[in-house]
Unconditional design. Structure first.
Lengths: 376, 545
């Protein structure tokens, strides 16, 4: 089992809140690894919201190659988060040379580029770095994006946090997502560790995606450079989200109509029947069929949770205005936001999407049977 | 027979025939029903003479006596024209169980003498090789612990497939916004009844199937579709609301299409789809064939031809000389005939050139799918050589086509429909599921339906297989009322419903443990395994031992 925790807060929080929540849910995960996603950063990164931040793990040699590569492109280091680890990691955590979180200045010749072009170049740089790292096993790159940090490692989540000394003043964020347990369905590989990130969209998943291969085949043939990797069956959830918003121009309310469409008899009585029927047919290869709870973060800093069609996975959202958390278990929610009205906790069911918007004032839910906002 | 009887090259003994009739004199009541029912007249009255020599006991000098007895029974003809086909109707009608055909344990010699008059053998049925690669494929991805397996009996399932050109999502949304033309798409049950023409099948068989299909749709909510095959469609069906369950087939003989075109203004419903048959798995490179025995007045009227003549369709559509023309012109004319509201797709026989056809279809926005009929397909009439030796196996053909579409990013846009020997060994759901996971969107079956709904006795051991001469002992492929009245259409319909319901449950029993229920697992090749390394490599599925 995986355990998921995500929190969105007006005040920047330390990632430790997520590690503690994962720790109380430890009966539900095997502690074999952790992935952390931070966005809408506080601390020193607050002042450099536009600077792309590179997150990854490097060997000494990898770092040298990274520096050469980035310098050749014209990137200048703007700020780096110094992560010092002890020479001998605790049992279960591999020894690494460098955990890198580094903000860059854009190359001068990128000045004046449209945002779309800028973003597509950032993806291209990340993919090149990943490829270089895979060739010589000296670098792993998790994200390269403004205002986003990702940290992934094998081992018991809380031990990893202590080892990396993540409880620090200069690492704070308003949106945090964390996943406990390494993906065990495929080879142990940090690229298979949730959350996944692509061009501003991030998701993490509890449960196995049984339709992985056909979905992967379909995404890979869309001609989008970022649709690659797929060390984990859950990576497709991020890419489907990206596809539905960036390529189809649909909002988050439509995400569930793509991954878990309504049955025909429900569509027949839906106010957007024609659109939904077309969507179900044309996006048929993106239908997930497994038992999955997906928690995700959108570029506008919204957080959301959706469940599979049969609602076979646990998931709850709760909090108070200004601070809301999404958790696999209620005990995780209790650990993070004890002072909330528990009677307002909400467990999204098979047709629900629970969203906490960027203003963090309430949980909105949209049901698939409700009218769908028309495509942008 | 005198030992010095003259023999001809084709004089065979019973032993040389593939089927030998074993008859028990002691049980036989001489009722004659076996000889009456034999569709090939393999039996004739036998008058047997038996001599016994009686030796007097104890009387010296008394001579031995001759006693001659006569007895009656049946005799199996050895003339190749009347060779037993093993249908075992004699066994079925015998009140005493005194007679049954048995397969020879030796290679038959009849095979060398079946070309009388210089005409090579033609027959009905399927390629005479039992078993298929599909039977060897197993479903190995069972959801265990990492995710709960689904319950085939309790969870909600939506076993549906799409027939018709599906637009890429971007275009689809754009055309909705701009009120553009969106190609017609039908949501149908993935198991379709393949083309068996009115003419190849008896009126009772056709009626039974149509009734069963309507029942499945209207009473059970299963959108099952049936193809007409190349033989037109009865006028009343064309003008009925049930036409929406029917796929009208047009093939190179265009039989029945005069009637169909003229009925268009009177149609209450659009047909489900139009299937353009370019080839057939049972007889690749050869056209349809309805032999003269079966062309009676009714069939002649529906097809618009004179009665009593053989109806061979040309191997190709004579009006077209190239694939471009076939695809562009024919699909477009058919689409236009129904106002672009009906999906139109070609069906070809399995071939190593299938990819070229598919590539062409990907560039035609009106192409609604591609049917590929593998070498194991059945037919009512074909030359034995075409049936046994021509064609391409369906498994690798479908796999290549699917992977080709994946490379082009069009796997959701052009549905592939697989046919040809599916359920040949009785494993209908397993074969169908394997093909779906190899990449097929839908499955067409014909022969299995005849066997399961009407008791067709034909088999890959060259049993019966006389569909072509209109003597079908079960009345399935005969146009002789004396034969087809044996078949009760109501019971055929009922059996068809049984077949589809049990298929549906078996398919769930396969896909539920794989963790699939809300969409058909098309191309889910990670679930497939086979214990033959080369098959695994070729089909790009798991090699498991």
């Amino acid at each position: 089992m995986c355990r998921l925790f995500a929190i969105t807060s007006e005040e920047p929080l330390s990632p430790m809140v997520a590690f503690k929540a994962l720790d109380v849910m430890r009966e539900g995960h095997d502690g074999s690894g952790v992935g952390l996603f931070l966005r809408d950063l506080g601390g020193p990164f607050e002042e450099m919201k536009d600077a792309p931040i590179l997150s990854g793990i490097f060997t000494e040699n990898g770092l040298k190659r990274l520096d050469t590569f980035m310098m050749n492109l014209g990137f200048m280091t703007k700020y780096k988060l110094p992560i010092k680890v002890s020479r001998t990691p605790p049992a279960g955590i591999p020894k690494r040379d460098i955990y890198l979180v580094r903000a860059y200045e854009y190359p001068e010749e990128w000045d004046g580029l449209s945002q779309q072009e800028l973003y597509s170049r950032l993806v291209s740089v990340r993919l090149q770095l990943r490829k270089m790292g895979e060739a010589e096993h000296d670098m792993m790159v998790f994200s390269f994006w403004p205002d986003v940090i990702m940290i992934k490692e094998i081992g018991e989540p809380l031990k990893v946090a202590q080892h990396l000394k993540l409880d620090r003043k200069d690492l704070k964020a308003r949106v945090i997502m964390a996943q406990g347990r390494q993906n065990t369905n495929y080879a142990i590989n940090l690229y298979a560790c949730h959350p996944f990130f692509l061009e501003g969209f991030s998701t993490m998943t509890n449960g196995e995606n049984t339709a992985f291969i056909p979905i992967k085949d379909y995404l890979q043939s869309r001609g989008v450079p970022g649709y690659t990797g797929y060390q984990s069956d859950s990576e497709v959830f991020t890419h489907i989200l990206h596809y539905s918003q960036m390529r189809l121009g649909l909002g988050i309310e439509a995400y569930k109509h793509i991954i878990t469409p309504l049955q025909d008899k429900e569509i027949a009585v839906h106010p957007n029947a024609a659109l939904l029927q077309s969507l179900k047919q044309s996006c048929r290869r993106l239908i997930i069929d497994g038992p999955n709870c997906v928690i995700g973060s959108l570029p506008d800093h919204s957080l959301f949770m959706v469940q599979d069609r049969k609602k076979l996975r646990p998931g709850v959202v709760g909090g108070r205005p200004g601070k809301y958390a999404f958790s696999s278990e209620i005990c995780g929610l209790d650990a993070a936001i004890p002072d909330r009205d528990k009677s307002l906790d909400f467990q999204p069911m098979h047709t629900d999407t629970a969203i906490v918007g960027p203003n963090r004032q309430e949980v909105t839910t949209c049901r698939q049977t409700a009218p769908l906002p028309l495509p942008r | 027979m005198p030992s010095n009887r003259p023999i001809t090259p084709s004089t065979l003994s019973v032993r040389d025939l593939p089927w030998q009739i074993v008859w028990d004199k002691d049980k036989c009541t001489l009722c004659g029903q076996c000889t009456a029912i034999c569709p090939v007249h393999a039996l004739e009255l036998g008058v047997f003479r038996k001599r016994t020599v009686a030796l007097p006991l104890g009387i010296i000098g008394a001579p031995p006596e001759n006693h001659t007895q006569l007895f009656y029974g049946i005799r199996q003809k050895t003339d190749p024209a009347f060779a037993c086909v093993g249908c075992a109707m004699c066994t079925m009608v015998c009140p005493n169980g005194a007679i049954s055909p048995h397969r020879s344990d030796d290679m038959d010699k009849l095979v060398f003498h079946r070309d009388r008059g210089g005409l090579p053998r033609s027959r009905g049925g399927r390629r005479n090789t039992p078993g298929t690669v599909l039977d060897q494929i197993k479903f190995i991805r069972i959801s265990m612990l990492t995710d709960p397996a689904l319950d085939a009996g309790r969870h909600e399932f939506e076993i549906r497939t799409l027939l018709g050109r599906v637009l890429p999502p971007e275009d689809n949304l754009k055309f909705i916004r701009q009120n553009g033309w969106i190609p017609p798409v039908r949501e149908i049950y993935p198991l379709m009844i393949g083309g068996m023409s009115f003419g190849a099948l008896s009126p009772n068989m056709w009626e039974g199937l149509q009734m069963g299909v309507v029942y499945l749709n209207e009473e059970l909510g299963m959108p099952v579709r049936i193809s007409t095959g190349e033989g037109g469609c009865p006028p009343r069906l064309l003008r009925s609301r049930f036409l929406k369950y029917v796929i009208l087939q047009i093939a190179s003989g265009y039989f029945g299409w005069d009637e169909i075109i003229h009925a268009i203004p009177d149609m209450k419903e659009d047909p489900c789809a139009i299937e353009i048959k370019y080839g057939q798995g049972a007889k690749p490179g050869d056209g349809g064939l309805l032999m003269w025995y079966k062309v009676n007045r009714l069939i002649a009227a529906i097809r618009g031809v004179p009665a009593g003549v053989s109806l061979p369709s040309p191997p190709t559509h004579q009006t077209q000389y190239s694939i471009e023309e076939s695809v562009a012109k024919m699909i477009q004319s058919m689409s236009m005939a129904w106002g672009f509201r009906v999906p139109v797709y070609p069906k070809i026989s399995g071939t190593s050139t299938a990819m070229a056809v598919l590539n062409n279809l990907t560039r035609n926005p009106y192409a609604g799918g591609l049917g590929i009929d593998g070498e194991d397909g059945g037919t009512g009439a074909a030359y034995n050589i075409s049936m046994n030796h021509m064609g391409h196996p369906i498994a690798s053909n479908i796999r290549d086509a699917y992977l080709g579409l994946v490379t082009a990013g069009m796997e959701n846009e052009i549905p592939l429909i697989a046919g040809g020997g599916i359920g040949k060994s009785g494993n209908l759901a397993a074969n169908a599921a394997a093909l779906i996971m190899l990449g097929a969107s839908g499955i067409q079956v014909g022969k299995y339906i005849m066997q399961a709904t009407a008791g067709c006795v034909g088999a890959e051991s060259d049993r019966c297989n006389i569909c072509n001469i209109g003597q079908c002992p079960k009345g399935i492929t005969s146009q002789d009322p004396r034969l087809y009245r044996r078949l009760d259409p109501e019971l055929v319909a009922q059996r068809l419903v049984d077949v589809f319901l049990s298929f549906d449950m078996e398919l769930r029993k396969i896909i539920a443990p794989l963790g699939r229920s809300t969409s058909l697992p098309i191309g889910m090749s990670d679930a497939l395994g086979v214990s033959d390394y080369h098959i695994a490599e070729r089909l790009k599925i798991n090699y498991v031992v």
